[in-house]
Design a protein around this ligand. Structure first.
Ligand code: FAD
Ligand code: NAP
Ligand code: SF4
Length: 673
């Protein structure tokens, strides 16, 4: 039986047939930071075509020099650009896939001196000031969109997507926030919509009726001075009339201060805005953002909210998402957990995108280059946290005979602790995936008992120790006081925190504990209505930008976070997500003290120095989140027994360890066997 009848249903537009309803949405990959970037891009997209993406939309290409993201950014504006696109397109077509070029003019988000916009108003996230476009500039830009589309068709693309959301140029023209013009291109709604309508008309006229033109519309702006719902609907109808084939949903400008795709955004939180479009137009509408499983996609489609779904990061996590969905293997999908750690955070730090749960992504050519194993080896992996799981299941996939030892009764390691933080329940998907891979790839799992060194020494061709970490213990006088507890006890519910809490250590775990103790339950946080209310989203989109007054948080605890280092807290938080956590904790009045020296704990509370100033914090609970140390007892015994093991993950290096490094190290080691 087909579990996903709506998701797997084809869509026939006459000139193009999509085999199912799951598009791979546009993503900037940053592959240009790597060698052989055209070959890499071709290999990357071809894998997703093989995995049955209905349509792949490329990262954004500018139609002209003004619209580039930055110097040397992706561009399709001249015939000389066409050959490299052909290499990518033919790789996708060879796998039976379809690919559309996204045309994106960066407007005032561009990071080069020639940036332009409807006005000279600079963006709060870009220090550069745009030049106000003249009427001639606007006419030339419309023509450049048409030229780029014609070149895309000539190169062999199956369509284009005109990028008109996320606060880029077209969006800047539609919104009063950025458009203060009093000529034909500003003022009335009709004038503000003139640019997208003229682009759509010109592009359609240039390539004819039998070519796919998707319009990526900002379905909700989430900024002051953004559009109202009625204005967005008017835009949707206008571009439909001007020749758009499909409307794809964009959400929020990049400068919006409401999270749109982070882990804290509940799944499918923005589909209400897609529904408004669907009810307004006759052409197919695509829903997007935080849709990461086939079951969820099926629900969105079955409810009539949209005709297609666009997923971007889920195709990084699993290139074969739709092939597995279609063939009854959806339980084998490696689900995107919305962490942003190896995709957006990499891009924001000028690195090529990859994926925390699938480090092969974006590095396909490098993994292709590993030689095939010469013989089937007997491999023992000890520790079923992310490092050990990744190593064991990858080694088994490569044909080795693998035994995975785990001291705890079940797999997952620290992910079982992390999963209790609001949003991080997504880690359940990773644990489920690895569990399924253990079954399908025939890994022998021996859980519930730690092996002795003698069980391993001399018994295997390769022994891998992935025993992880243990929390650092502190030697502050009085630390044995029952008010002092580990983050593990708090997060696993073994201890209930009191009303006044001090958190020692403000790394990733300190922040997570502060969030856990200050906020609503995980269930409540995952509720879409709760999230939209908390962040102040007007779901009726009656006001410009859909900004309502954010809910006042309920404050049930006084929490203070402490750190020895001076300066701002949270420097190691994710680039794309740290701001969400900072805003959240500030709203909940979580205090932060840096430059702290811990002196003692006694009946009065926690005694500290802040700089030179002595203070006593009269707290009920002190949660120690002071980092971890490697668990290497077994590794040391194996060395002593003359069987030096491979040591990975936290057992190798505890500092700055995260699941991304653990999984990457596990996979790479398995490829070397
Ligand atoms: P572990 O996960 O520690 O796994 C080690 C395993 O070995 C355990 O299952 C243990 O039982 C087993 N073991 C130990 N000794 C033996 C033995 N002698 N024999 C057999 N088995 C043994 N990382 C991120 O990337 N993103 C996040 O958002 C994130 N959030 C986190 C939030 C919290 C609250 C916590 C606690 C961690 C978070 N992490 C996050 C960190 C991430 O969980 C760790 O970096 C990762 O789990 C380390 O993987 P590992 O396999 O090296 O070790
Ligand atoms: P961490 O990031 O290394 O932070 C440890 C904290 O403890 C620091 O604030 C440190 O600050 C303090 N500390 C260290 N030694 C101390 C000592 N002897 N006495 C008192 N304080 C001490 O470690 P973590 O927070 O335990 O996180 C572990 C790993 O999990 C991290 O590497 C992180 O990447 C990962 N993680 C990631 C996420 C994520 O969302 N990506 C979330 C959670 C965890 P001072 O030394 O200045 O006091
Ligand atoms: Fe998804 Fe995280 Fe992978 Fe990005 S790094 S694709 S958010 S799982």
């Amino acid at each position: 039986m087909n579990a996903f009848p709506h998701l797997t249903a084809p869509l026939d537009l006459g000139y193009i047939k999509l085999p199912n309803r799951a598009i791979m949405g546009s993503m900037h990959t940053g592959f240009e930071y790597l060698d052989r970037h055209v070959e890499r891009t071709a290999r990357f997209y071809a894998e997703r075509a093989r995995g049955e993406a209905a349509l792949i939309v490329t990262g954004g290409y500018s139609p002209n020099a003004d619209g580039l993201f930055g110097p040397g950014g992706p561009e399709l504006s001249r015939a000389e650009h066409v050959p490299e696109h052909r290499r990518i397109i033919s790789a996708v077509h060879a796998e039976g896939g379809r690919i559309a070029l996204q045309i994106l003019h960066a407007g005032r988000y561009a990071k080069h001196k020639g940036l332009v916009g409807p006005s000279t108003l600079a963006s709060p996230i870009n220090p550069l000031q745009p030049r106000r476009m003249t009427a001639e500039d606007i006419e030339r830009t419309i023509e450049d969109f048409a030229i780029s589309t014609a070149l895309a068709r000539e190169a062999g693309y199956d369509g284009v997507e005109i990028m008109a959301s996320e606060g880029y140029l077209i969006n800047e023209f539609t919104a009063k926030r950025t458009n203060d013009r009093d000529d034909d291109w500003g003022g009335s709604l009709e004038n503000r919509l003139r640019l997208p309508v003229e682009i759509m008309k010109r592009v359609r006229q240039r390539v004819g009726d039998d070519f796919l033109i998707i319009y990526r519309i900002s379905s909700i702006d989430l900024v002051e001075g953004g559009l109202t719902g009625d204005e967005i609907v008017a835009q949707a109808k206008a571009v439909e009339a001007a020749g758009a084939s499909i409307l794809n949903q964009g959400i929020g400008w990049h400068e919006a201060r409401i999270p749109t795709i982070a882990q804290k955004v509940p799944r499918a939180a923005w589909t209400f805005a897609a529904r408004r479009l669907k009810d307004a137009v006759k052409i197919p509408v695509v829903a997007s953002n935080r849709i990461n499983t086939p079951a969820l996609a099926e629900d969105v489609l079955a409810s009539g909210t949209a005709d297609l779904v666009s997923m971007a990061r889920p195709w990084l996590a699993d290139p074969h998402f739709m092939r597995k969905s279609r063939t009854g293997k959806s339980d084998e999908i490696n689900v995107c957990i919305a962490c942003n750690q190896a995709c957006l955070d990499y891009i924001f730090s000028s690195r090529a995108a990859s994926c925390l749960v699938n480090p092969v992504t974006g590095r396909e050519l490098d993994f292709d280059a590993f030689p095939k194993p010469q013989k089937k080896k007997r491999v023992a992996v000890v520790g079923a946290g992310p490092a050990g799981l990744a190593c064991a299941t990858t080694a088994a996939e490569r044909g080795h005979d693998v035994t995975l030892y785990e001291a705890a009764p079940s797999i997952g390691g620290q992910l079982n602790i992390a999963r209790n933080i609001p949003g991080k329940e997504e880690f359940d998907e990773t644990i489920r995936y690895f569990g399924r891979m253990i079954e399908t790839r025939g890994v022998a799992l021996k859980a519930g008992k730690a092996p002795e060194a003698s069980d391993l020494a001399g018994q295997y061709d390769e022994v891998v120790v992935a025993t992880g970490v243990r929390p650092r213990t502190l030697d502050i006088p009085g630390i044995e006081d029952p008010r002092c507890v580990s983050y593990i006890d708090i997060l696993l519910g073994a201890v209930q925190a009191g009303r006044r809490v001090a958190i020692i250590g403000a790394g990733g775990i300190g922040f997570d504990v502060a969030e856990f103790l200050s906020g609503p339950s995980q269930k409540e946080a995952a509720n879409v209505a709760h999230f939209l209310h908390e962040w102040g989203v007007d779901t009726g989109i009656a006001v410009p930008g859909a900004l309502a007054t954010p809910a006042e948080p309920e404050i049930n605890r006084q929490i203070v976070m402490l750190q020895r280092k001076p300066g701002r807290m949270g420097r190691t938080l994710g680039l794309s997500t740290g701001w969400v956590l900072r805003i959240t904790l500030a709203k909940r009045k979580v205090a932060q003290l840096t430059g702290v020296t811990y002196q003692k704990i006694d009946a009065e509370g926690l005694h500290i120095l802040v700089g030179e100033e002595a203070r006593v914090l009269p707290v009920d609970t002190i949660v120690v989140c002071a980092g971890q140390e490697s668990e290497r007892t077994l590794a040391d015994k194996l060395v002593a027994a003359g069987t030096p093991p491979h040591v990975i993950g936290g057992a190798d290096v505890a500092a700055e360890l995260d699941a991304m490094r653990a999984i990457d190290q596990g996979v790479r080691l398995a490829y070397s066997f």
